[in-house]
Design a protein around this ligand. Structure first.
Ligand code: ADP
Ligand code: MG
Length: 248
């Protein structure tokens, strides 16, 4: 049983406060969706949890099973069982996905074994061309291919908690279904806990959320069950921005 606990998290960049007190708990087997308008701080939340350089934590805490993550290096957070699929995956010329995954598994103490075989099986499962396994990471990949690439990494690395930042962007309907199903299967077969950031309800048809959180101007302003995502699809975010009661 893993528990990612975000408490009163405040963070910013370049002197600007972006997250203004976020509380959220994700446990094994649960799917939490974070929805919200552009610029509400969704990607910032992912980056701060993963320890991307350039973000300043101004208050609050992030723990995984009680261990303070904010004091750890990004690789240590990954070793603790965190994984993130980025909205804009980085292109890494000269380094192939296969090498990255082999190194990453060694780093988390699970090297050896038939990594290649697992990668090929996963590629087939999500309709990702095997040729990409040996090509430079994310270079010249389409948006959809990058997202499949991230999903394959998730499936091979087997984290305890995964954060997906707009994994639906750039995916066509069929690819979206494959990716969402693959992640949903991890939650059922391996008890993966998921924090899925998305603009749109359609991801959540296959990856069924237990809780939907609405982020607006760096705060969670509403929480509900899956029906909240349906409601947002109909009404948009306007009502929530006003409910927040503060101007930028
Ligand atoms: P979302 O993912 O919800 O669209 P972001 O977390 O990307 O939102 O951004 C939240 C706000 O913080 C936006 O106003 C954005 O312009 C600002 N922001 C994010 N990253 C930076 C940065 N590196 N430098 C300056 N402002 C940033
Ligand atoms: Mg974003």
């Amino acid at each position: 049983m893993a528990e990612l606990r975000i408490s009163g998290l405040r963070a910013g960049v370049a002197g600007k406060e972006i997250l203004r007190g976020v509380d959220l708990v994700v446990r094994s087997g649960e799917v939490h969706a974070v929805m919200g308008p552009n610029g509400s701080g969704k990607s910032t939340l992912t980056h701060v949890i993963m320890g991307r350089p350039g973000y300043e934590v101004l208050g609050g805490s992030v723990t995984l099973d009680g261990t303070d993550l904010l004091g750890l290096e990004p690789w240590q957070r990954a070793a603790a069982g965190l994984f993130s699929a980025m909205q804009y995956p980085t292109e890494v010329p000269g380094v192939a996905l296969a090498d990255v995954l082999e190194e990453a598994l060694v780093a988390v103490g699970r090297g050896g074994g038939d990594v290649r075989g697992r990668m090929r099986a996963e590629a087939e499962r999500i309709g990702f061309d095997e040729r990409f396994l040996d090509r430079p990471l994310n270079v010249d990949l389409s948006g959809g291919e990058k997202k499949r690439n991230e999903t394959l990494q998730l499936a091979v690395l087997q984290p305890r908690i995964a954060i997906l930042d707009e994994v639906d962007s750039g995916l066509d309907i069929d690819a979206l279904r494959l990716v969402a199903r693959r992640v949903e299967a991890e939650t059922e077969e391996r008890d993966l806990g998921v924090l899925a950031i998305t603009h749109y309800r359609r991801l959540l048809g296959e990856l069924r959320p237990d809780v939907v959180h609405v982020l607006s101007r760096g705060r969670v302003v509403a929480r509900g069950g899956p029906e909240l995502a349906d409601q947002l699809e109909a009404t948009g975010y306007a009502g929530y921005a006003e409910a927040d009661g503060e101007q930028r």
